[in-house]
Design a binder for this molecule. Structure first.
Ligand SMILES: [Zn+2]
Length: 325
């Protein structure tokens, strides 16, 4: 996969050619924006804050008909907005507001067959929870990468007992066992129609996760329990000295991969504002409150917390950003 970084300027030029009729009105309102006090004879300089857009796992298997569909949303059930995936909302951000994002980053869940997170790998029921014990020794993680299958326990108590036996070394990971999903080469790992073509055409960066057979990775930045880094980590690490002002996280599923990616970004980039736009996500849980419950619990008391900003409010803010004259 090409790892070219797109500039906002390129996206601005291209969005005019691609825009669908549905979003034409929004598009015009952005282009027409002109601060009341300025004169057109003065030269313009982009005044957008340094902002990233992270598009999490917008893949076939997470949509209706996929192996692990996460299609609930903040919209009323049956309404036209309650579509099977958030591509329509993401399209507005990319095509109408592309120039507001300095970087657009795409993550992809990309598992080998018999992945540790699959119920079928262990002969278990999908959606059951187990506890994985990763012992801490050199043969297990010789160069910072997990290279052996951890021990699986049905309860946390049993996993803790095994850990105590090993002088309290190692890590216990609570793991939901999922139906097989996003298996490399299965088709389910593909991006959804429309988005797929966009990623290819724009040569957007794609950062894969969950590639290690022995470790799951909800976050694009870190694997489970930060046992090893995922593909996006070097990008985040490089940005520490000059971090983005704002990082916008959208995609699927809000309760898992979006939440963990956003949380890791909030931890790694403590001076960046990390924002999730609920309308541009879909989730496994029945309701939005349920979907964000675990994230809110985990980040209680932390200084830099993930924020949730409604789409309209966010777009209103972008509309007020313009040019310095
Ligand atoms: Zn997965």
């Amino acid at each position: 996969m090409d790892t070219k970084v797109l500039s906002g300027g390129k996206m601005k030029k291209q969005r005019k050619n691609n825009i669908s009729h549905e979003f034409e009105k929004l598009d015009e309102s952005v282009d027409d924006f002109e601060p009341a006090s300025c004169s057109s004879s003065l030269s313009q300089t982009s005044a957008y804050p340094k902002r990233w857009l992270i598009l999490v796992d917008i893949q076939e298997d997470f949509c209706a008909g996929g192996h692990l569909a996460a299609t609930n949303s903040v919209y009323r059930k049956g309404s036209k907005e309650a579509r099977n995936n958030p591509w329509e909302e993401v399209k507005i951000l990319l095509k109408n507001y592309g120039e507001h994002f300095e970087r657009t980053i795409v993550t992809q869940d990309y598992h080998p067959k018999n992945h540790i997170s699959f119920a079928s790998t262990h002969g278990r029921e999908p959606y059951s929870t187990v506890y994985l014990y990763y012992p801490d020794n050199k043969s297990w993680k010789p160069d910072g990468v997990v290279k052996a299958m951890p021990k699986l326990f049905d309860t946390e108590t049993l996993a803790s007992k095994a850990k105590r036996k090993n002088k309290n070394r190692g890590t216990i990971v609570k793991q939901v066992l999922w139906p097989d999903h996003c298996v490399q080469g299965s088709g389910g790992e593909n991006f959804v129609n429309g988005f797929k073509e966009y990623v290819e055409k724009e040569e957007l960066n794609v950062y894969q996760k969950g590639k290690n057979l022995f470790l799951d990775s909800y976050s694009g930045v870190w694997g489970a329990s930060h046992l090893e880094v995922s593909d996006l980590y070097p990008v985040v690490n490089e940005a520490r000295d000059d971090p983005p002002e704002e990082v916008i996280v959208v995609g699927i599923a809000l309760d898992y991969c979006c939440s963990f990616t956003a949380e890791d970004l909030a931890i790694e980039l403590p001076n960046s504002r990390i924002v999730v736009i609920p309308e541009a996500t879909r989730f496994v849980a029945e309701t939005f409150d349920e979907a964000v419950k675990d994230l809110n619990f985990r980040q209680k008391g932390r200084k830099n917390q993930v924020e949730f900003v409604p789409m309209n409010k966010f777009l209103d803010k972008l509309d007020t950003e313009g040019f310095v004259f």
